[in-house]
Design a binder for this molecule. Structure first.
Ligand SMILES: *Cc1c(COP(=O)(O)O)cnc(C)c1O
Length: 587
């Protein structure tokens, strides 16, 4: 059965029947659906958009998040106010008749789902199922389990993870799919392995699971970790695990070595039950192997969905000069030969659109001729949004020497992240203090898909200042690169792979502390960025086309999904084995 596509299944590409079931706590599906918070959700959405373009037989599972991720409002002091964004799944999705149940704190909770059809470039559909516990018969509390993305406490989170992992795995079958690969995008979905193990045992007690049973589950599971810091991994106390998951399951998980430092660790659980695991950039794979030395963890570097994140003028330019780029993003390598004039004009039009939007949002009229820097991402402390203000006087001097400097900021802090919120206030405070005729600093409210696309494409330089090695990958600089916008960034995450000094952007040198790294940031602005921008427009155009040719051609999900397909989902080695012992791989 192949419900994912009306077209015949391609045996050349995927010689085994069945689907990949992809699980993610957040997915940026559609700009009008507030079902994501930031980079992880955007990555999941871009993965599915490319899977649809490439015709990969894949179906996806997430939670419906009826109350949405919050809308951000900032007052003049930069204090963040959060407003819920309820949305109605019936506006975008179709309800499925299937129902499954999960056990949460000893209660039986019924789960339904909504289907969103994500169509690719050639019509192949990747269905996304949004799991929903707002069902008659569930208690008031349980009906709210799929309301808030990253809301509530860890009790709420573990209950949501039961719905996503165990509810989702059961829903795969209830919908009639034969999944031979279960992809856990981050540890939030790790409990799906328990549902598979229980189904392997015919619903029997987990205590009776043998090594062979475990192998059967492992054969079908793959995992992507996204977090380079131990504290970032999802963890739950033994007490929570016993109370919410049950004593029998908790005992089994302990025996299987899924606890670390006395806590149930979802990354460990996912790793124990996966035949393949990867980090999301070369360095992140290395850091993950150091954190979990007993596992072989590969790297597949992230990307972004090229047509989603390139501006209309850039798309028109590419269509004219490199028509094959949409079918296969590798052809963007040919951007090396783009006429300087074409790229300068396409960028100028993109920048105009951004500045018009800024004017509409804030009333502030910025100058399209002035060097404009962008910094927009989650306001997490390790991203150091205030590094640019380490020496305010020097920043003013740089702006004066450059004949003007404009800096556009945006980003939401998680509602419970007080240090993150303080960072936003600090940026807003500095912006008010420093802004004058030559230096203009603006913090834009409510960073989301639409604003993110405008900013990454429309500024002149994309700035990123994470503290090493906390940035697993980062993807906003990839969006910029596809638009010919160079990065000025710490050598962390993807930028280690993407930075060719002076050709695709510039590296902020590693220092012993924030002050040293800020000093390098200023120096690069003074000696490299500003002179090139002001005095050598032709060389700036070359930098822009290098950025598309070298980085746009690689840091995209078209390449990334092909890597997942052959390295993670369907390695040729396993396919060859499966031809011999049919059922083994088809599960
Ligand atoms: C791309 C994107 C991100 C990811 O930003 P990084 O800090 O580069 O990982 C976050 N939020 C939104 C809205 C985005 O579009």
């Amino acid at each position: 059965m192949q419900p994912t596509s009306s077209k015949p299944f391609s045996y050349e590409t995927f010689p085994i029947s069945g689907v990949v079931a992809y699980f993610s706590m957040e997915i940026a599906i559609n700009p009008a659906m507030p079902t994501y918070s930031g980079g992880l959700g955007i990555l999941a959405g871009d993965t599915l958009r490319s899977a649809a373009d490439l015709g990969v037989p894949l179906v996806a599972f997430t939670l419906v998040h009826r109350k949405g991720y919050f809308q951000q409002h900032l007052d003049v002091m930069g204090t963040q106010k959060e407003e819920v964004q309820p949305w109605d799944p019936t506006d975008f999705c179709t309800e499925e008749p299937a129902r499954v149940t999960v056990s949460v704190e000893g209660r039986t909770v019924t789960v339904r789902c909504w289907r969103y059809n994500l169509a690719g470039r050639y019509g192949h559909v990747v269905p996304i199922y949004l799991l929903d516990t707002d069902v008659d018969g569930n208690s008031g509390w349980d009906r709210g389990l799929t309301d808030h993305l990253y809301g509530g406490d860890t009790n709420y989170r573990l209950q949501q993870e039961i719905v996503l992992g165990m509810g989702g795995a059961r829903m795969v079958r209830a919908l009639g799919f034969r999944a031979n690969v279960y992809h856990m995008n981050e540890g939030h979905a790790a409990l799906l392995t328990l549902a598979l193990l229980e189904s392997q045992l015919g619903g029997g007690p987990l205590g009776e699971a043998t090594e062979t049973d475990m192998q059967q589950v492992r054969k079908r599971c793959v995992f992507t970790t996204h977090t380079p810091v131990p504290a970032g991994h999802d963890r739950f106390s033994t007490e929570q695990s016993i109370r919410i998951l049950g004593g029998d399951r908790t005992a089994r998980l302990e025996k299987l070595g899924c606890f670390r430092d006395g806590m149930l660790n979802m990354t460990l659980l996912a790793l124990r039950f996966s035949r393949y695991a990867n980090g999301v950039a070369m360095q992140h794979g290395k850091v993950s192997r150091e954190m979990f030395p007993e596992f072989a963890i590969d790297s597949i570097t992230n990307g972004v969905h090229a047509p989603t994140w390139t501006s209309a003028p850039i798309q028109q330019m590419l269509d004219e000069h490199i028509p094959a780029w949409r079918r296969d993003n590798l052809y963007l390598r040919n951007a090396i030969d783009l006429p300087e004039k074409a790229i300068i004009q396409a960028h100028a039009r993109t920048k105009e659109a951004l500045l018009a939007d800024v004017a509409a949002r804030t009333g502030l009229v910025l100058n399209p001729k002035v060097l404009t820097l962008g910094f927009a991402r989650r306001a997490a402390t390790y991203k150091r949004a205030t590094l640019l203000f380490t020496d305010p006087q020097r920043l003013v001097e740089i702006a004066t020497a450059a004949g003007g400097l404009q800096i556009l900021y945006a980003g939401k802090a998680h509602p419970q992240d007080e240090p993150g919120k303080a960072l936003i206030q600090k940026v807003v405070e500095e912006a008010a203090k420093l802004s004058n005729d030559v230096l203009r600093i603006v913090y834009l409210e409510n960073h989301a898909w639409d604003l993110g696309a405008l900013l990454t494409s429309g500024v002149d330089v994309w700035v990123n200042t994470p503290k090493r090695p906390y940035e697993a990958s980062g993807t906003s600089g990839m969006k910029a690169a596809l638009n010919g916008v160079p990065s000025l960034s710490i050598l962390d995450g993807w930028w280690i792979e993407g930075c060719i000094e002076g050709f695709t952007g510039w590296a902020i040198e590693d220092g012993a502390n924030d002050v040293e790294e800020a000093t390098s940031l200023y120096k690069k602005l003074e000696t490299a960025v500003v002179p090139l921008f002001l005095q050598q427009p032709e060389n700036w155009a070359h930098l822009m086309r290098n950025t598309i040719a070298f980085n746009g051609s690689y840091f995209n999900t078209n390449r990334m999904v092909k890597q997942y397909t052959r390295n993670s989902y369907y390695p040729v080695k396993l396919i060859e084995q499966a031809k011999v012992q049919e059922v083994a791989y088809a599960g």
